[in-house]
Design a protein around this ligand. Structure first.
Ligand SMILES: *Cc1c(COP(=O)(O)O)cnc(C)c1O
Length: 357
């Protein structure tokens, strides 16, 4: 089955084989070495210095990393502004509400670009905001949000930018220092091509230090993870096999030429899909310039409900992804992450062509 959903992704054989390495106790030195290797490689993806930045490894899906980031980075005396233009931005407000993080929202419709001027006005008006949370690639629509501009506004005001980079880390540009990023949450099983179950937060060490006490969560306390992982330990049991796979996936990424090569590969593949579907009369939701290279959303072809279209494609070996909310009736999404080839997508496009013509 070819997975065109935004993670979990098709694994390469190299990463799949890594799952079969020897059983390992997470209190042994071999595990400490594995953990440290992964933490170093995660910083290496965007060339971050170990003195300023730390990669904190968690066992859990991408949402666990986002929840750990929001609950650990914003201190009790801090105030968070959450920018929303899709499901994942809205989820960050839900997380803040559940944990009683003092926050306000800057909501947008799901098909809207973030209004940077409105953000500027808001930041000028409310002096209490210490942190801004935003999704980099909003997977709801496939939109790549303007992090550089948002980061500039935050940096000028000494506000820490907290980024949900779950569906962009490893493929899209992320200027950690340049954009004033305080922390970025991501996962093993999207652009990094690992197995689901491991996620992580890249934190600026000084931003984390500012946020230490009191704790909002026991399990998702980034400061605790970071201190123990710096000592070669970790507070709780990790999904060891998942980390074997992540370590291998990070080696594979580096061997292939790093995130920029992955960006170009995704750009080529999603470009193929866009061009092919457009030629068949299937419209993209957003223009290419506004979209990530990771996933694009398309309008369902006439005469198909999503379940019908999905099932016919699945019969032919392809899994696409539904729209969320009301978009379940009008959209479908295609991602080209993972071990997917040009040949797979040629076949996908010819199956779609047969269905719609
Ligand atoms: C996939 C995704 C998440 C996390 O989803 P999980 O199911 O918890 O892994 C968070 N944010 C974005 C933008 C995503 O695409």
């Amino acid at each position: 089955m070819i997975l065109l959903n935004p993670g979990p992704v098709n694994l390469s054989e190299r990463v799949r084989k890594a799952l079969l390495r020897p059983d390992l106790c997470h209190r042994e030195t071999e595990f400490a070495d594995l953990q440290q290797a992964i933490r170093d490689k995660l910083l290496d993806v965007y060339g971050l210095a170990n003195d300023d930045w730390a990669a904190v490894l968690l066992t859990g899906s991408g949402t666990a990393a986002v929840e750990a980031m929001l609950t650990s980075m914003v201190p009790r005396e801090g105030r968070l502004l959450v920018i929303e233009n899709g499901v994942y931005g809205e989820r960050m407000s839900q997380i803040a509400a559940v944990h009683g993080v003092d926050h306000e929202r800057l909501p947008h419709a799901w098909d809207e670009t973030i209004a940077v001027e409105a953000l500027q006005t808001r930041l000028n008006a409310s002096s209490g905001i210490t942190h801004v949370a935003v999704v980099h690639h909003e997977t709801t629509s496939g939109r790549l949000n303007p992090l550089a501009e948002i980061g500039e506004l935050c940096k000028a005001r000494n506000i820490a930018l907290l980024v949900d980079g779950v569906s962009s880390f490893g493929a899209e540009d992320l200027a950690f220092d340049g954009w004033g990023i305080g922390a970025c949450a991501a996962t093993a099983n999207k652009c990094l091509h690992g197995v689901p179950g491991a996620s992580f937060v890249l934190v600026r060490r000084d931003s984390l230090r500012m946020a230490r006490a009191p704790k909002r969560s026991l399990y998702l306390d980034l400061d605790n993870y970071c201190r123990l992982q710096d000592e070669g330990s970790t507070p709780f049991t990790h999904s060891v096999q998942t980390l074997y796979a992540l370590n291998e996936a990070l080696d594979e990424l580096a061997d292939e030429g790093g995130y920029r090569t992955r960006y170009r590969r995704y750009a080529e593949l999603i470009g193929m899909v866009r061009a092919g579907l457009t030629a068949l009369g299937i419209q993209a939701l957003l223009p290419a310039e506004a979209s990530s290279v990771v996933l694009n959303a398309f309008r369902l072809p006439r005469d198909f409900t999503y379940p019908q279209f999905h099932d016919r494609l699945k019969d032919n070996g392809f899994v696409i992804y539904a729209g969320q909310g009301n978009w379940v009736r009008t959209l479908f999404r295609v991602s080209t992450m993972g071990a997917v080839t040009r040949a797979d997508l040629d076949r996908f496009l010819s199956v779609v062509a047969e269905l719609v013509t």
